[in-house]
Design a binder for this molecule. Structure first.
Ligand code: PMP
Length: 459
């Protein structure tokens, strides 16, 4: 088939898609009532669909992924050259880009030391859960096997990671789940659970209460997003992370930071945890690592954790007995190397801070104008606007209304996101996460579209 989309009629592609593709996150009535949108080309933040229509993508491929923007020939060329040399070898052998990317990555992560490769955010997180369980067996007589997670956070789509889903609707109907995953309260200050001054410290103290209830000798790790993404763009309150770190040290609990969204520049630093001076034991990352040019995820840990898996002559099972078949693909790390070079050489961290500030200022101006915006929050190019029926009661708008705003933006050719079907009653936050290359004109176009959409939906 001739794949020159701009010249061809793509009705065959649309018919094939409609007949045979089972799309992610889609309700079946959609297949019956509408043609699927099929994207065919991208450049920077621009996307074109099969009908030739142009869009401005303010969510980096729908889910915070394409950090360096679409159409990067240098990444395509680096991957092509590497695939011709060597595409793959699995298991205990190394390969050139995997070694070089690990070295570069660790340079950006003082205190960390080892990189374990796999393919998706869920998989990277599962690797940590397995490591924690194995450490419990090897070092704590089978105890310290529980893993804590936080309400509203999300860590993936496998059964293991769904067992740590703080977003109930994602986990519904897929149980029963494995034991030993325990929830702690969320820390969203806008929706305070405790009426106290020092909210950050109080929210972290709530974690200690769960640890004491479960028994500190049973808790091995806690997994947290540095800034919660799909759960509503939640920035931890002041004082929160210091206290979390203190609690982890006090009870010898490993701290796992899920950087699947924040990783590789989204907040304006290489990693979200670096905004807060956190010293994690595990860091996982996926989406921005290669900006969607190849499937790659990394589980990064310290030499101290790595050493816990050193061969024990009396135990032939003591090493980490895990493999990821496609963790042996060279396309991931070679794309990741080029992705990192682009972020550095084009000054994209600096651009993220500058454009993030502009976007925040624009959203604050919209908040002045539209009473429906109850709260605006974010860090770098990771922003959210929570919509409420009235500001004093903070009652969330209906999920359908938040979706109507997304649809009205789409009608203007701007793709934004919203928390959707994951938190009953709270799917009311508009989400923005444009590529880190975004310009001032593009930021203004995105927030202008939201302005128009809010007026249409709420008057
Ligand atoms: N962790 C976080 C914070 C995420 O947002 C996601 C994906 N949205 C995942 C993990 C899972 O990543 P994946 O879909 O690549 O398995």
């Amino acid at each position: 088939m001739d794949l020159d989309y701009k010249k061809n009629d793509l009705s065959q592609v649309i018919a094939a898609d409609k007949a045979h593709v089972w799309h992610h996150l889609s309700q079946h009535k959609q297949y019956e009532t509408t043609d699927p949108r099929v994207f065919v080309e991208g450049k920077g933040l621009k996307l074109w669909d099969a009908t030739g229509r142009e869009f401005l993508d303010a969510v980096s491929g729908g889910v915070w992924t394409v950090n360096v923007g679409y159409g990067r020939e240098s990444i395509a060329n680096a991957v092509r050259d590497q695939l011709i040399k060597l595409n793959y070898y699995a298991g205990a052998a190394g390969n050139v880009p995997a070694a070089l990317f690990a070295e570069k990555l660790i340079e950006k992560m003082p205190g960390m030391s080892r990189v374990y490769y796999s393919n998706s955010g869920s998989e990277a997180n599962e690797k940590v859960y397995k490591m924690v369980r194995q450490i419990a067996h090897r070092k704590h007589g089978g105890k310290k096997w529980k893993i804590l997670y936080r309400e509203r956070d999300y860590h993936g789509t496998t059964i293991g990671t769904l067992a740590t889903s703080g977003q109930p609707q994602r986990a519904e109907q897929y149980g029963p789940y494995p034991e030993g995953f325990v929830s702690v309260p969320h820390c969203l200050e806008y929706r305070k659970q405790w009426d106290v001054e020092d909210y950050g410290r109080r929210a972290a103290d709530a974690i200690e209460e769960v640890i004491l209830r479960e028994g500190p000798e049973t808790v091995g790790a806690i997994v947290l997003e540095p800034v919660t993404a799909g759960g509503g763009v939640i920035l931890p309150p002041r004082g929160y992370w210091e206290r979390v770190q203190e609690i982890c040290r006090k009870y010898d609990i490993l701290l796992h930071i899920d950087e699947v969204v924040c990783g590789l520049g989204r907040t304006g630093l290489w990693f979200g945890y670096q905004q807060y001076g956190i010293e994690p034991d595990f860091v996982t990352m996926a989406k921005g690592v290669a900006s969607g040019y190849a499937a790659i995820s990394c589980t990064v840990t310290t030499e101290r954790v790595f050493d816990l898996f050193k061969e024990d002559p009396s135990d032939s099972m003591s090493y980490f007995r895990d493999i990821s078949t496609f963790g042996g693909c060279t396309s991931g790390p070679v794309a990741a190397l080029e992705n990192m070079r682009i972020i550095e050489e084009e000054g994209l961290l600096e651009n993220t801070i500058a454009m993030g500030a502009r976007c925040m200022a624009n959203l604050k101006a919209l908040q002045e104008k539209h009473a429906v915006i109850g709260d605006v929050r974010g860090l770098g190019l990771f922003l959210g606007a929570e919509l409420v029926k009235d500001r004093s009661a903070k009652e969330p708008v209906d999920e359908k209304q938040a979706q109507a705003v997304v649809a009205e933006c789409l009608a203007q050719g701007v793709i934004i996101g919203a928390t959707n079907r994951s938190l009953p009653g709270f799917n009311n936050t508009l989400c923005l996460s444009p590529a880190l290359t975004v310009t001032a004109e593009e930021i203004d176009r995105i927030t202008d579209a939201i302005d128009v959409a809010l007026t249409k939906v709420f008057g």
